[in-house]
Design a protein around this ligand. Structure first.
Ligand SMILES: N[C@@H](CCC(=O)N[C@@H](CS)C(=O)NCC(=O)O)C(=O)O
Length: 89
């Protein structure tokens, strides 16, 4: 019960963040992770609580494999947080 309630609150925050308008010259940061909780979820929760607008890019395993092979991730792993074209991992 409590879990479901928390999930709804976080979804509300996420929706509000997504709907927020951003100045055209401001780059929205991006989180790259899988379509699951794991190491990405604490970042998502922190962003939801702090009201940070970001792109929640959820990669399938095949997508991740292709991007990894192309050198998209500095350490070959996710999560990766991209802000002002700098990749944090
Ligand atoms: N030291 C990194 C490890 C990241 C890591 O192991 N990520 C896993 C997913 S939780 C991953 O990308 N595995 C796929 C791979 O290494 O090919 C961290 O804590 O962020």
């Amino acid at each position: 019960m409590l879990k479901a309630h928390m999930a709804i609150e976080l979804n509300d925050l996420k929706f509000r963040n997504t709907a927020m308008s951003v100045a055209p010259n401001v780059k929205i940061p991006k989180l790259q992770y899988f379509e699951l909780g794991g190491r990405g979820e604490p970042v998502r929760i922190a962003c939801a609580v702090a009201g940070i607008t970001y792109i929640d890019e959820r990669l399938s395993f095949p997508e991740f494999g292709k991007m990894k092979a192309a050198g998209a991730f500095p350490t070959g792993a996710v999560p990766v947080w991209i802000e002002d074209d700098i990749k944090f991992t």
